[in-house]
Design a protein around this ligand. Structure first.
Ligand code: GCW
Length: 704
């Protein structure tokens, strides 16, 4: 092999592709195929290319096939023995047209994949009622090729289980991303609408590959400016670039925009001028973006304006916007993340108190967007009590993909198990054994995407974006299977690579729970930026922004009593759930201190006292990170050097910070409990005050 060819192969195989930019769409040959012979015949592709979506599907398939000569389907030596790939809809392909009836029940976004014979020829079909389904089917087929699945008896039918699968970008117009740890905002508002950064298309490809079909471009702490005509022009350009990939653009809106942009005196939802202002604004938007998705709203929450400023309800506020969007087919995603500073009630109860009684009061095009748990994206929370409690209101579940409370981008924490745990939780709504997943119309994920070359701030964080999309498409899939697909596509389909990586990923969330907030503890992060431990955080503007409010540790015990004797947050769940969570003998240990205030001497399932168990869990979390490190070390040489090195460095950061979390937390809780460390436990190297005085004024991603 000549030096030039070798250099080229090395270049595509390692240098360019291995900086993480390609994400899981890394159509690179297996090492063995490279060594043997880079060139193999490509199968014939019969695909229409009349529309932008058709061209996107065809281009993606050709790109994937060209890059994947090492897989099973393509391991043929002559074109004649390769199957032909036939893509299309009944309208776009005469070969697909006879399948029309079979595809009736697939819906607008579904597709089927099938290996069959046509006109005496071996073919692989990607067929769908609409172009977008074909694109989704192509990505599915590529996934099968990338993961080395057999296509011999390929026969799959797929349709999304949820209608709305949406990313929420908390991106400000100045490029800062609130709670973002992956660089600046991807949207360069300064150079839009003229400059069409090709990265916008790659973003759309990545989303379409997992079935994400919407994106909210700007922060829920919204600037009214996003609705100004020049910004609408910029948003329209993004919408044009995303449209071929089935992605609709949405905007977060500031409830008081009629005042700030429109010069009105008030934003009262019952005021006719305000109603007219929003109607005109909707007309203005749809003139530029005919398939605009709608609005996302954070109102009367954490200082944002809202209908309650005028004595109106959340339903009246949401309906105002819903009426403006309805003629155009848009929706309002109204967030249920509210808690009032003047209400002394347990913060975990406030969203339910505010919204449950409004069931049935919303327009049909309002969807209530509810965080996965009742507090705020903690490493572990019980499911939110509103799931299952509003049968007449469509609900979306909002999860964080960005890791505000999970160690930022440098901690390897795979969130698939967290999402799965909530989706599979049983709400027992109306006496049924229904799950959270069954109560959902959609899922929203707070994006972890920015200008970082890896997109998400590390080589493992894209797995969370990926898992979000896959679970929003089908919430009944297993987080483990999704991790296996992702690892095979991102690193290598070699089982000796996939298995250890999946092992690390599957343990990682529990590791973080252990070294940060074990046994149902929550909200113990440092104040404001949430970087590192702060279990001592007390005082300040509001009690429910402190840690002591949540853990309630004293000489005798620890935990938040949310039973009927305490805040009675358990009472917001269906009776079966309330009975279980409210009973000290039956509550799952991972949620123990979420629901109960428990004496330090309480006996745990392990036979240890609560105090010993707590300290033990903190140390276990650190050991789990060490185990992840050891696994990763063994992968040296099997994973390319560039990515291996960064993950190695990041795991070192994670270990240092896990140890910091453990030491600081043990030092603090020991100062409260006054108990000796269990045998074998090492005392924190510094006195408590040392940890308390650490300051990080420049920690990334802060809210502002
Ligand atoms: O998790 C908290 C964050 C805020 C965020 C808020 C919300 C966008 O700390 O930064 O604001 O939740 O979800 O509205």
């Amino acid at each position: 092999m000549s030096g030039a060819v070798l250099a080229l192969l090395t270049c595509t195989g390692t240098v360019r592709a291995e900086d993480g930019y390609a994400l899981w769409m890394r159509y690179t040959p297996l090492e063995s195929a490279l060594v043997a012979d880079g060139r193999r015949p490509l199968p014939e592709v019969q695909a229409p290319d009349q529309t932008a979506t058709q061209r996107a599907a065809r281009t993606e398939l050709v790109r994937g096939l060209a890059g994947l000569p090492g897989n099973a389907l393509l391991a043929q030596s002559t074109v004649a023995t390769l199957p032909a790939l036939v893509l299309g809809t009944p309208q776009s392909s005469t070969l697909i047209a006879p399948l029309r009836k079979e595809m009736d029940s697939l819906g607008e976004e579904g597709y089927l994949l099938r290996r069959t014979r046509m006109q005496g020829r071996d073919v692989v079909l990607v067929a769908a009622p609409r172009d977008i389904g074909v694109l989704y089917g192509v990505f599915h087929l590529l996934r099968l090729l990338q993961t080395g699945a057999s296509l011999d008896a390929l026969a799959l039918r797929e349709s999304p289980r949820m209608r709305l699968r949406v990313l929420n970008h908390w991106d400000n117009l100045d490029g800062h991303v609130e709670r973002g740890y992956a660089g600046r905002s991807l949207w360069d508002w300064q150079t839009l609408p003229e400059w069409h950064d090709p990265r916008y298309t790659d973003y759309a490809r990545a989303n379409a590959s997992v079935g994400i079909n919407g994106t909210v471009l700007n922060n829920v702490n919204a600037s009214a400016q996003s609705l100004a005509p020049d910004y609408l022009d910029k948003a329209a350009t993004l919408a044009d670039m995303f449209r071929p990939y089935g992605i609709r653009v949405y905007l977060s809106v500031r409830f008081s925009a009629p005042i700030e942009l429109g010069g009105l005196n008030a934003a009262d939802p019952l005021d006719a001028d305000v109603q007219r202002w929003w109607q005109h604004k909707a007309d203005e938007i749809y003139a530029r973006i005919p398939d605009f998705g709608g609005f996302l709203v954070k109102a009367n929450s954490e200082g944002q304006p809202g209908p309650q400023d005028y004595g109106r309800s959340h339903a009246e506020g949401a309906n105002l916007l819903a009426d403006a969007l309805a003629p155009h087919g848009g929706v309002v995603m109204w967030r249920a993340f509210v808690y009032a500073h003047d209400v002394p009630a347990d913060r975990a109860t406030q969203a339910y108190t505010e919204f449950a009684g409004l069931d049935g009061a919303f327009r049909p095009n309002v969807i209530l967007q509810v965080k996965n748990g009742p507090i705020d994206f903690q490493p572990r929370e019980p499911f939110h009590p509103l799931f299952g409690a509003m049968p007449r209101t469509p609900l979306m579940m909002e999860v964080q993909i960005t890791k505000e409370y999970l160690g930022f981008a440098t901690h390897l924490v795979y969130l698939g198990p967290l999402y799965e745990e909530v989706l599979q939780s049983r709400t027992h709504a109306r006496g049924q054994r229904a799950t959270v997943a069954q109560s959902l119309t959609g899922m929203a994920g707070v994006a972890n995407i920015g200008t970082d070359r890896t997109w998400s701030g590390s080589h493992f964080d894209p797995a969370n974006w990926y898992a979000f999309g896959r679970l929003a498409w089908n919430p009944y899939q297993s987080a483990r299977d999704i991790a296996a697909d992702w690892a095979a596509m991102t690193f290598s389909p070699d089982p000796e690579v996939v298995q250890p990586i999946v092992g690390m990923m599957m343990d990682s969330r529990e590791a973080a729970v252990n070294y940060m907030t074990p046994l149902g503890l929550h909200h113990l992060m440092a104040r404001g930026h949430h970087y590192g431990p702060g279990p001592w955080v007390d005082g300040g503007p509001r009690a429910d922004w402190t840690s002591v409010y949540y853990h309630r540790a004293d000489r005798d015990g620890i935990g938040f009593d949310r039973t009927a004797r305490g805040s009675n947050a358990v009472g917001q769940y269906a009776p079966e759930v309330a009975a279980r969570y409210g009973d000290l003998a039956r509550v799952p240990e991972p949620l123990l201190l979420w629901f109960h205030h428990v004496p330090w001497d309480h006996r745990m399932a392990s036979g240890r006292t609560l105090w010993d168990e707590l300290v033990g869990r903190y140390s276990q979390g650190v050991r789990q990170v060490k185990a992840m490190q050891a696994t990763w070390e063994r992968l040296e040489g099997r994973v390319d050097a560039q990515r291996h090195a960064q993950v190695t460095a990041f795991l070192r950061i994670q270990l240092r910070e896990a140890q910091w979390w453990r030491d600081a937390s043990v030092a603090y809780f020991q100062s409260v409990s006054g108990r000796p460390l269990p045998a074998g436990e090492i005392a924190p190297p510094h006195p408590l005050a040392w940890y308390q005085h650490l300051q990080f004024p420049s920690a990334p991603g802060d809210g502002r």
